[in-house]
Design a protein around this ligand. Structure first.
Ligand code: FAD
Ligand code: DLZ
Length: 513
């Protein structure tokens, strides 16, 4: 029997998992793996320098592991003069060089890249076998079936199904502790603490140091600072970071999940999303490790349930929405918001202390936690009426964990309400009072959170009412907004006008806040 022709197995930068479906179907004796650093992926939005460095370093380490395991690996470095700059063209080049007949890969996470590769295969007559990405707990068909026929999609019900499906925190067919959700216990503000845990940090080795030089050289005009660089870049390091989180921060994760503190970028968050999304960790191993901490008596139920809900609930749910609604989802703009994104989203140069803190931390760490993303930078863009597509592109660029399948539903849906309420039942709009309650930022702010209007007033205060009134036609009948609209209607005409005039002045000088 003649040998079967070689296949090219394309592994993307966020497909670094050992049990990737394409690898499971591959044959090391016959197939060639392609991993390629390409400028098209690094620049389709100008990703944070740390995100590019993380991914290239993790890709290079993974390529070395695969080679050591006996695979033939073609690794295209970005600075290779022959590098053609896009994934389809690198596939074509490798197929010619290795005489491969067809291509095997796991479905890309982003619609854009899936379309580019399938279009290229159709145009060139190449056989491209795209396998489902089984690194998630639910697949496209399962989510579509769950969503079909429901008037409203709500994460909580999807999450309960995922609890039953995985058996996580289940006592028979009942939720551990008798409740599905312990969020009511999870809204405490935090105080600075000498013993605040920090994510595990790793010194760059030679491979990573070389990548850091490359990124400094090639992506100098991208957002953010490159060093110090401390991310895990291998699965073993990511597993150590998971253990460290479970041992140190997890017990208080629930209590302080929504808190914000100046100078504390991470609080009790896990800072694992960049590893999970790139395939260095799997959702179930994270959840099992965290669940073990509960059964060992190391972490309380409110922390463990809250954490597991983020992974098997929110993460799976937003991916389901993404594939249900693409293409088109990233162009949605239900509130017709048109304002350009203020420049300080890139520079951090603003007098609003909460915004400055979230943005400068994002520059330094390629990280902000959920409440900073949702209730500070997201909330401000929502209240100010910033074009949701610009907001979407900013989030996709600046966070190390950002890929469109998870970022877009969080931004377009949850944060900007641009999908008209498909993902969330009401907009996450809040005045300065919320930020004051959950953080220490207002104490050091040049604006006064107690002033509702006027030149000293926290800009979030008049903008909050302006947002509700500006969008009353669309939001006025939302039952979850009945209370604020009734409050508005009870205000004197003079007070209402004061808010609207104050908001107009804020919006007039939005670039100089
Ligand atoms: P933790 O707070 O420790 O949470 C644990 C894990 O739960 C995370 O690692 C993540 O995998 C998962 N998770 C938590 N919340 C969500 C959520 N809403 N959607 C999906 N997964 C969730 N997450 C991303 O992974 N990539 C993004 O690009 C992204 N963009 C966001 C944009 C906005 C506007 C908002 C409001 C949220 C966004 N999130 C995104 C969700 C969440 O903010 C991040 O997952 C989290 O901050 C990552 O930090 P962590 O690993 O310390 O998470
Ligand atoms: C994010 C990213 C970057 C910056 N660079 C590359 C790259 O050079 N090569 C690659 O294979 N993948 C990269 N990625 C990840 C892809 O953008 C990601 O696979 C798609 O967005 C699908 O999720």
């Amino acid at each position: 029997m003649p040998d079967a022709p070689a296949r090219l197995i394309l592994i993307l930068g966020d497909q670094l998992s050992p049990d990737l479906s394409a690898l499971k179907q591959g044959d090391p004796a016959r197939d060639v793996i392609l991993m390629a650093e390409v400028s098209a992926e690094a620049t389709y939005v100008k990703h944070h320098k740390k995100k590019i460095a993380f991914l290239f370093a993790a890709m290079r380490h993974r390529a070395a592991e695969l080679q050591a395991a006996g695979w033939q690996v073609r690794y295209a470095r970005l600075d290779d003069p022959e590098n053609s700059g896009t994934l389809p063209s690198e596939v074509a080049r490798a197929m010619a060089d290795f005489n491969c007949a067809d291509v095997l890969m796991t479905e890309p996470g982003e619609y854009r890249l899936k379309a580019a590769l399938t279009d290229w295969a159709a145009d060139t007559g190449t056989t491209l076998d795209m396998l489902p990405d089984d690194r998630f707990l639910s697949d496209h068909a399962q989510f579509q079936a769950w969503a079909a026929g429901r008037k409203q999609l709500r994460m909580e019900y999807f999450y309960r199904d995922m609890r039953r499906q995985t058996g996580l925190l289940m006592a028979g067919d009942q939720p551990e502790g008798g409740q599905w959700n312990y969020d009511a216990e999870n809204r405490k503000p935090a105080k600075g603490d000498l013993f605040m845990p920090h994510p595990l940090q790793f010194a760059p080795d030679e491979i990573t140091a070389e990548v850091l030089d490359l990124v400094a050289d090639q992506f100098d005009d991208h957002f953010g600072t490159l060093t110090p660089f401390w991310f895990a870049v291998t699965r073993d390091q990511a597993l150590a970071a998971l253990d460290h989180f479970a041992d140190t921060a997890l017990p208080l994760f629930g209590d302080y999940q929504d808190a914000m503190l100046t100078g504390e970028a991470f609080l009790y968050h896990s800072v694992l999303a960049q590893y999970l999304n790139a395939g260095l960790l799997t959702p179930m191993e994270i959840c099992r490790r965290v669940e073990r901490a509960y059964y060992d008596g190391h972490a309380p139920l409110n922390a463990v349930e809250g954490y597991i809900r983020q992974i098997i609930g929110w993460r799976e749910y937003v991916r389901g929405i993404y594939w249900l609604k693409m293409p088109g989802y990233t162009a949605e703009n239900a509130l017709g918001a048109q304002r350009p994104l203020p420049q300080y989203y890139w520079s951090g140069q603003t007098d609003m202390a909460c915004m400055k803190s979230a943005i400068t931390q994002t520059q330094e760490e390629a990280y902000a936690h959920h409440i900073q993303r949702l209730m500070v930078t997201g909330n401000f863009a929502l209240l100010a009426g910033v074009d949701p597509h610009e907001v979407h592109e900013w989030y996709l660029a600046v966070y190390a964990d950002a890929y469109e399948w998870v970022e877009a539903p969080n931004v377009i849906g949850m944060s900007q309400f641009a999908d008209g309420g498909l993902l969330g039942s009401k907009p996450y709009a809040a005045s300065g009072n919320y930020i004051h309650k959950m953080s220490d930022h207002c104490g050091s702010c040049r604006y006064n959170v107690r002033h509702k209007t006027g030149p000293q007033a926290c800009p979030f205060n008049p903008l909050y009412w302006d947002f509700l009134i500006r969008n009353r036609d669309t939001l006025g009948k939302n039952p979850r907004l009945g209370h604020p609209y009734r409050t508005w209607d009870r205000m004197s005409a003079e007070k209402q006008q004061d808010y609207l005039t104050s908001a107009a002045k804020v919006l007039d000088r939005i670039e100089t806040l």
